[in-house]
Design a protein around this ligand. Structure first.
Ligand code: SF4
Length: 322
């Protein structure tokens, strides 16, 4: 792993227009001025409750939903301002693995064509070479040669995710966006797929932007973790630092609320202070957006938004009282 960042995201904003009943237009800011970087070969995880902006941020950084404003530098090149056609080169180096493998696989194509599809899109190799590469990739994710001629509906969820992973690896990407890649799978299959991703990370060396809600999984898979709340990163640190010494009250509540590994139970009193619903993203609270739920909130929190600042080397948090 080198120190040169593979991707540098700065002040990224993603807004969605919305029409209310009665015709009034409003804007929902799903990602609100987010900055982060990913180094080569590194895994950065995004965590937070549903609706915190994790998936929107990943899709904006991957240019699947072009950002409203901000900068995304990938392999030294600004891609946020590129037109669709000019993005093809960057897209080749970034791949996605989605939560629902069935929805992301074309049901009419055999596995050989699905895995080789990225090679065909980028006109790499002839048909026989692409099939040979599809076989190699299929075997590297634990599928068999005879699986190449079968169709997605003939596989279990775990096997379908293996197909999706093989397809994501076809172009030897530098960065893989993995959006909850195991959360739709049975618990027994989840660890198999995570072990596979870990092995492939060792073998092929891609960086990951990994979205997860299971903090036990995130803790063991990620090098660094960024905690999102209402479209912003509120804390970011190396994985062990964040899980051992979280500084932001929201991160602390999130970790305390996570079922303990191997026990399936929440810590007593977890999320007590943060149990109220997330405020509407159409009408975010002034000041610190977490203040209506925060057990530590003071008057300043209601008026002044805290900046994301270093609390120690490599550890940032956005709270007036860290
Ligand atoms: Fe809580 Fe205030 Fe810190 Fe926000 S700034 S997390 S409201 S203590």
């Amino acid at each position: 792993m080198t120190d040169a960042p593979l991707m540098i995201v700065k002040d990224l904003v993603k807004e969605f227009p919305h029409k209310r009943a009665g015709g009034r237009s409003e804007t929902m800011r799903a990602v609100n001025g987010v900055s982060f970087h990913i180094r080569r070969g590194e895994t950065l995880a995004l965590v937070g409750e549903s609706g915190s902006g994790k998936t929107t941020l990943a899709r904006a950084a991957a240019m699947l939903h072009p950002p409203t404003s901000g900068s995304v530098v990938f392999e030294g090149r600004e891609i946020a301002t590129l037109k669709r056609r000019s993005l093809k080169g960057a897209r080749k180096r970034m791949q996605m693995i989605f939560q629902d493998p069935y929805a992301s696989l074309n049901p009419r194509l055999p596995v050989s064509a699905i895995i080789a599809e990225p090679l065909a899109i980028h006109s790499l190799g002839n048909r026989a070479e692409r099939r040979a590469e599809a076989l190699r990739l299929a075997q590297s994710v634990g599928l068999k040669a005879q699986d190449l001629d079968r169709y997605p509906h003939q596989f279990s969820g775990g096997q379908r995710q293996r197909i999706a992973i093989a397809r994501a690896l076809a172009l030897k990407p530098a960065l893989i966006f993995a959006d909850e890649p195991v959360s739709a799978l049975d618990v027994s299959i989840q660890s198999q797929i995570l072990n596979l991703l870990r092995d492939l990370r060792e073998e092929y060396g891609p960086a990951f932007l990994f979205i997860g809600h299971d903090l036990a999984v995130v803790r063991h898979f990620a090098d660094r973790v960024a905690v999102m709340y209402m479209g912003r990163i509120v804390e970011e640190a190396a994985s062990e630092t964040l899980f051992n010494t979280p500084r932001h009250p929201y991160a602390r509540a999130l970790i305390a609320a996570a079922p303990r590994i191997g026990q399936g139970k929440r810590a007593p009193g977890a999320m007590r202070g943060a149990a109220r619903d997330i405020p509407s993203p159409f009408d975010p609270p002034p000041g610190c957006p977490f203040h209506p739920r925060c057990p530590m909130a003071e008057d300043i929190c209601k008026t002044t938004p805290p900046e994301l600042e270093l609390v120690e080397p490599g550890h940032q948090a956005a709270c007036h009282f860290t």
